[in-house]
Write a protein that binds this ligand. Structure first.
Ligand SMILES: Nc1ncnc2c1ncn2[C@@H]1O[C@H](COP(=O)(O)OP(=O)(O)O)[C@@H](O)[C@H]1O
Ligand SMILES: [Mg+2]
Length: 255
């Protein structure tokens, strides 16, 4: 079997002396889109922060591998240079920095970390204009400061634009229901669907079944009490919608 794009092996994570992740095992093959669903507080965001390498998330056991390489000892920017992209529930606002300028800096930082030359201005302009067109982003939005005063849908558009331009191998999207209005939902699902590719994998974290009507995942995993307690095909998302998570409560201990 070929190397999975993302492989999480028996991952244990502690936050402020409390064990939150209790042995997560997950394998996402190249080209696949997987969804993780679970109740609030089950540890989904902790998983995405641990993968991102955020401070304060102490890995006490296990491993996280990107395309066969452990990323645990890599700094956040190194993980990005290796092809990891994380979209968070609450995007940061950067007053005074035009979205366009931010995108250029992000792309060039990644190139530098890979030992590549900076993009020329015409190359950059061409890439941005093409990606913006595909995501129905108008030029005015690119001139505004990143995320400042953006609507939910605009924030998601900016995020999908970053994702497109950085050409990641592994995308992780952590979504809450509260952050996604209909417009934002459509932007995210269109962005994800456009970026599906044989050498790119995605992990969509949500407790929102509706998102998965638009992004049809290859696999669905149910998260409960800090680990994956059930995995199945896309029909598992519908089953969860109908029956809820009650069947899985306490299941973690039994596995
Ligand atoms: N910074 C933190 N300090 C202490 N406990 C935390 C922190 N962040 C999350 N937790 C706890 O970790 C558990 C999982 O939270 P989280 O990963 O945000 O779940 P989800 O994203 O599934 O809603 C919860 O019990 C939450 O209270
Ligand atoms: Mg969360």
């Amino acid at each position: 079997m070929s190397t999975p794009m993302l492989e999480i092996v028996n991952l244990h994570v502690r936050v402020e002396d409390k064990e939150i992740l209790k042995g997560v095992n997950l394998s996402v093959p190249a080209g696949e889109v997987h969804a993780i669903m679970g109740r609030n507080g089950s540890g989904k965001s902790t998983l995405s922060y641990a993968i991102a390498g955020r401070d304060g998330y102490e890995i006490t056991g296990g491993d996280i591998r990107l395309d066969g390489k452990s990323i645990l000892d890599m700094e956040v920017d190194k993980r990005a240079a290796e092809g990891l992209f994380l979209a968070f529930q609450y995007p940061i606002e950067i007053p005074g920095v035009a979205t366009m300028t931010f995108l250029k800096a992000a792309m060039n930082a990644q190139r530098k970390a890979r030992g590549e030359d900076e993009m020329t201005i015409p190359e950059f302009m061409k890439a941005v204009q093409e990606a913006a067109k595909n995501l129905s982003i108008d030029k005015d939005m690119l001139k505004r400061a990143l995320n400042v005063g953006f609507s939910g849908g605009e924030k998601k558009r900016a995020e999908m634009l970053q994702m497109t331009l950085l050409e990641p191998k592994m995308c992780i999207l952590d979504e809450t229901d509260s952050g996604l209005d209909i417009d934002a939902l459509q932007v995210v699902s269109e962005g994800v669907n456009q970026l599906r590719a044989p050498n790119r994998s995605m992990l969509v974290i949500t407790h929102y079944q509706r998102l998965l009507n638009h992004i049809v995942p290859d696999r669905v995993h149910v998260f409960s009490d800090g680990r994956i307690v059930e995995s199945g095909g896309k029909e598992l998302a519908l089953e969860l919608e109908a029956k809820g998570y009650a069947n899985y409560e306490g299941a973690a201990g039994a596995v």
